[in-house]
Design a protein around this ligand. Structure first.
Ligand SMILES: Nc1ncnc2c1ncn2[C@@H]1O[C@H](COP(=O)(O)OP(=O)(O)O)[C@@H](O)[C@H]1O
Ligand SMILES: [Mg+2]
Length: 299
């Protein structure tokens, strides 16, 4: 059996808005990610994906449940403190808007080098500058950008610098939260290939978050589908595409655009009936490794 790197158990997170109002952003979500796997988490905007990602990265403290990374409960303050150096060095996150969090006063070279310097990692390619150039090359930029400041770059270039910075740490777990949503389509494909390369050649485990299923089929080994804070389906990618069970998954699949405009216009689209959603279903294994949230009496 392959080793479990990340074990999310009954994770819930509620945002309290006022004394009387709260949002249940994540509701009893469980999944595991194996070492060396690319796991996709998919669902429409507001379904709770980023909240899951931020709980995993210790940005939010879950309201309930726990998250084990290498068997360490990262939600337990004591365990977190005891392991925080390892946790910070081996887990990296890229947000859709990572670009906006780059330090405006630092050059690209310094931005990429900073995490390695903080963690006293010797640059594998001799100098931090050489390392920066190498990482830039991988995200499709040349070394003429090393001395530029974020303000001198386009939004897409800034996002790629943020990705280069995360990858410079050779993270064991990379959480990529809609990392390419702000990039041009041609660059999107390049970054997706980069993730594939990181996984295949460097063994990085990746949690890849997306709001639709279009890129997931190519990239991910297994996929979890979220709807309104619940995980409604989880399956190996091929199985999910061939045999989707939950009506919401079917709707997401039918929304993947077909490149041929005529075929795209004529194909039937499946709509999801929100009123039919039963969040109190049971997460049931229908086929090996294929789980679906469904009503208990619906066997
Ligand atoms: N910091 C926050 N404060 C209050 N509500 C939030 C906050 N972040 C997210 N939410 C709410 O939680 C729900 C899930 O959001 P999010 O995890 O960002 O979903 P996704 O990433 O799938 O779009 C949404 O209803 C969103 O409005
Ligand atoms: Mg999000």
């Amino acid at each position: 059996m392959s080793e479990i790197l990340l074990d999310v158990q009954h994770l819930s997170h509620m945002f309290r808005l006022s004394k009387h109002a709260a949002i249940q952003a994540v509701d009893d979500v469980s999944f595991q990610i194996k070492k060396g796997e690319i796991f996709g988490l998919v669902g429409e905007s507001g379904s709770g994906k980023s909240t899951v990602a931020r709980c995993i990265m210790n940005v939010f403290k879950p309201t309930a449940g726990k998250i084990l990374y290498h068997g360490i409960n990262v939600c337990d303050p004591k365990e977190f403190r005891r392991n925080h150096k390892m946790l910070e060095a081996t887990r990296q996150i890229i947000f859709q808007d990572s670009a906006s969090s780059l330090n405006r006063r630092m050059t690209v070279a310094d931005i990429i080098a900073e995490p390695m310097q903080i963690h006293r990692i010797k640059p594998p390619r001799g100098s931090y500058r050489a390392e920066g150039a190498f990482q830039l090359y991988y995200v499709g930029m040349d070394d003429s950008y090393l001395d530029k400041y974020p303000a001198e770059l386009s939004g897409g270039q800034r996002q790629r610098v943020a990705i280069a910075r995360a990858l410079s740490m050779e993270p064991e777990l990379l959480v990529a939260d809609e990392p390419v949503a702000s990039l041009d389509v041609s660059i999107q494909a390049q970054i997706i290939n980069l993730f594939k390369h990181c996984n295949r050649d460097h063994g990085h485990t990746i949690l890849f978050i997306a709001h639709d299923l279009s890129m997931v089929e190519y990239l991910c080994d297994r996929v979890g589908v979220m709807y309104r804070g619940k995980l409604v389906e989880l399956a190996p990618t091929g199985e999910l595409y061939a045999n989707p069970q939950h009506p919401y998954t079917r709707a997401l699949l039918s929304a993947i655009p077909i490149p041929d405009p005529i075929a795209e216009r004529n194909r039937p689209k499946t709509e999801f009936d929100e009123l039919s959603f039963d969040k109190d279903g049971v997460f049931t294994e229908m086929a090996p490794g294929h789980f679906v949230l469904r009503k208990e009496n619906n066997r």
